[in-house]
Design a protein around this ligand. Sequence first.
Ligand code: 2PG
Ligand code: MG
Length: 392
Amino acid sequence: MFDITKMVKIMAVKVYKIYDSRASETVLATYNNLVFAQSPSGKSVGTYEVPVAPEGVDKAVLFAQKKVIPKLDFGINQKDFDSELEKLCGENFSKSGSAVSVVLSILNLRISAYNKKKSVYELYNKNPKKEDLPCLLSNTIGGGLHTQNKMPIQEILGTSKQNDFSKRVKDGIQFYKSVEKNLNDKKIFFGKNDEGAIAFNGDYKESLDIALKSRPNNFELGVDFASNSYYKNGKYFFGNKKMNERKYLKFIESVIEKYKLFFVEDPVTENSFEASAELVDKFGKEKIICGDDLFVTNVERLKEGIKNKSANGIIIKPNQIGCLSKTKEVVDLAKSKGITPVISHRSGETCDTTIAQLAVGWKIPYLKESLMNGERISKINELTMIYNDLSK
Ligand code: 2PG
Ligand code: MG
């Protein structure tokens, strides 16, 4: 029999192939052209992440249109939605990939917010305060897989410790501009990389020296080593150095100390739970030793990290695990164990601002992003709007 409700739903929720900030194919989902969700993708990808689109974006979109959307109700309880979604998309979203599963998961949440006439963050945070706005970890000088230069460190990040969110944004921008000025003064040519971070052809020392010199007051430095990208067959190939794990750990410790890094992401490769624990043991009281490729927002890997005391920080990226409920489970577990969650953009981004909303909704203390380019600053602008609303 002709089912009118199903028909309406099919017409209302649509998915499209679109392009991200790197002009790579990704997915957009919309409900009546009123509610939107878009999916990002990474370049320095952990082995254990859910793949973006195993058979390409065209097939993923077709799969969503034919096999997934017609069977789903939208605007329902997020956990119920995500569990139905996973049944249709295959265990760990293996059939659909994360581009489709994440946009549909986000779309469900956004439809729930729309139906309740609320912002996404208000669905979770019943008593939001401007103190719930995150500190920013802003990628400012780039290397690694995101940049064509000789710097093995993927990201040099800065964070302002000021209480007021708007001052944190200003400090981050000041840091970026003062790096630009210091490079200009030295007549060093530079450009921008995948994430809008400054790209010049300095080695890691020149890059960290410039960062140290350009810091505003109340400002601290961090790095994402993304060490998977320079690890092969048991050795770390860092610039012109080739090191075994022991030697490499000593080297990392010296960099952390020399540059007073307060945030250190993926210093060791993705299966090195024990080596990472050594760094936590040494620095964990004052610094955040954070796992990204190590955990890939996966609750089982986080449990392994908790058992080994491998990290006191965890990067949170919904598309690594495929849906929002599984992401929230990881955030909740991390918080309950005193592990600091850091919600993060991907290097291939869109103007979707859901991670900014979730940062406030889930009370996540740090948001990792970059302050340049539309697809990045859109998250900061979303937080600025929330800040203004909560300041009234
Ligand atoms: C990272 C991210 C974001 P990508 O390694 O933390 O900066 O990069 O999205 O390429 O994995
Ligand atoms: Mg990383």
